[in-house]
Design a protein around this ligand. Structure first.
Ligand SMILES: C[S@@+](CC[C@H](N)C(=O)[O-])C[C@H]1O[C@@H](n2cnc3c(N)ncnc32)[C@H](O)[C@@H]1O
Length: 273
C-alpha cells in the first residue's frame, strides 16, 4: 500500500473521473462534458456499459439487502459514488430499521453531493473523505467510529472501486486491512472488472478511454479477484458476474464485472467454528 496516496484529488472539470463517468452511464446529471466524452467512447465499443453499470448497482443493493436481513445494522460503503436514486442507505434501512451507513470517497464532486444527502437522511447516513489506499486512516477516522462499532459485525462494501487501484497499490492488502479489523460475522462485498473470458478487442479501447481519466481502469484475472475472498465464507452463488448475482442466472456481457459477498467466519451463526 502506498502511503503517498494521501493528497485528495482537486476538483477538475477537464479530466474525466470514474465517479462522474459512472454517473453518466447511470443516466445521472452530475457529470461534465469530458466525462460524457469518455463514456461515449466506451459505449461505442461496448453499448451494454450502462446496463452493466445498472447491474453492478443491482449487485450492490442485493448484497446490502442480504446483510441487512442477516441482522447487519452498520455499513461502510467504500467508493460510495455520486448519489443514485436507489441507494445503500434506503435499502439498508428498509430491511433493517436500525441501519447506519458511512460512505467513503475521495472524489470532491462525490463528497459535495453526498454531504447534501447527510441531512436528508436524518442521522442514518454520514460521509467521510477517505482514500481506500490508506485503509488504516479510514478505520481510525473519528467520524467513522462515531457511527461504526467495529467490535460488532459490519458490512464493508467495496463495489466497482478496486479496478481503479493498481497492483502496486495492493488491493488485497487494502481488503485485508478491513477484514482484519472487522468482527466475526461481518460481511465483505466486492465487485471488480475482470479480464477473464472477456473480449480483448473491447477491453483495449475501454482502457484507452480511461487513460485520460483521473485514474486508469484495470481488468484483472478472475483468479485474482476470487483470491480476495480467501479466509471468508462466500455466500451463494459465489464470485460470479454481477449480472448473475444472486440467482446465478443472467445475461452474459462482453465486458464482465465479477461480484461476491462473503462472511467472516466465527460469529454466532457459524456453528461455533
Ligand atoms: C464506479 S464508482 C462506484 C460507485 C458505487 N460503489 C457503486 O458501485 O455503485 C467508483 C467510486 O469509487 C471512488 N474511488 C475510486 N478510487 C478511490 C479511492 N482510492 N479511494 C476512495 N474512493 C475511490 C470513485 O470516486 C467513485 O465514486
Amino acid at each position: 500500500m502506498n502511503d503517498n496516496a494521501t493528497t485528495p484529488p482537486a476538483f477538475d472539470s477537464n479530466t474525466p473521473t470514474p465517479a462522474r463517468v459512472y454517473d453518466y452511464y447511470l443516466g445521472g446529471k452530475d457529470n461534465f462534458q469530458v466525462d460524457r466524452e469518455a463514456g461515449k467512447k466506451v459505449l461505442e465499443v461496448f453499448p451494454q456499459a450502462s446496463t452493466l453499470a445498472q447491474r453492478n448497482r443491482g449487485f450492490l443493493l442485493q448484497a446490502v439487502r442480504y446483510c441487512a436481513e442477516a441482522g447487519i445494522d452498520q455499513f461502510i460503503d467504500l467508493g460510495t459514488g455520486i448519489p443514485a436514486s436507489l441507494n445503500v442507505t434506503e435499502i439498508a434501512c428498509k430491511f433493517n430499521q436500525d441501519a447506519r451507513v458511512v460512505g467513503v470517497d475521495n472524489d470532491p464532486v462525490v463528497l459535495s453531493h453526498q454531504r447534501l444527502e447527510v441531512s436528508a437522511k436524518r442521522g442514518r447516513y454520514t460521509v467521510i473523505e477517505g482514500d481506500i489506499r490508506r485503509p488504516w486512516a479510514i478505520l481510525a477516522d473519528p467520524c467513522l467510529s462515531e457511527v461504526i462499532d467495529l467490535s460488532r459485525p459490519v458490512a464493508v462494501l467495496c463495489v466497482a472501486v478496486l479496478h481503479f487501484i493498481s497492483d502496486e497499490e495492493d488491493p488485497a492488502g487494502i481488503l485485508s486491512a478491513f477484514t482484519d479489523a472487522m468482527a466475526a460475522g461481518s460481511f465483505l462485498a466486492v465487485s471488480a472488472a475482470t479480464s477473464t473470458n472477456t473480449d480483448l478487442a473491447v477491453i483495449a479501447p475501454i482502457e484507452d478511454a480511461y487513460r485520460s481519466a483521473s485514474t486508469p481502469v484495470i481488468f484483472r484475472p478472475a483468479d485474482q479477484i476470487c483470491s480476495w475472498f480467501e479466509g471468508l465464507d462466500l455466500v451463494y452463488p459465489g464470485v460470479v458476474d454481477v449480472t448473475h448475482w444472486p440467482t446465478c442466472i443472467g445475461v452474459p456481457t462482453r465486458v464482465r464485472i465479477l461480484g461476491g459477498l462473503a462472511r467472516k467466519p466465527g460469529g454466532p451463526d457459524s456453528g461455533g467454528s
